[in-house]
Design a protein around this ligand. Structure first.
Ligand SMILES: [Ca+2]
Length: 78
């Protein structure tokens, strides 16, 4: 069975990007211990850390995907 990687920005892993994903990311930024997330999916700016910039980009992307593309880092596959 192949390993299924989280989709960039899809924090609730339901296969779509919507406001619930942005809410989860915001919750995580506010309290990382209480709201753990997939770090690959959450770092939508691709700078190696998850902060308010990721929340803003994800929210902008949900509204206008073509204008605000996500750029999660590529992770080397074994
Ligand atoms: Ca980031």
């Amino acid at each position: 069975m192949p390993l299924i990687r989280a989709m960039c920005g899809d924090l609730d892993r339901d296969g779509t990007l919507n406001v619930l994903d942005a809410q989860l990311l915001l919750n995580h930024v506010a309290d990382p211990d209480e709201y753990p997330i997939d770090e690959y999916a959450g770092d939508v700016t691709g700078d190696g850390k998850i902060d308010v910039a990721d929340v803003k980009l994800l929210a902008a992307h949900i509204i206008s995907p073509e204008q605000y593309p996500l750029s999660c880092r590529q992770i080397a596959t074994p």
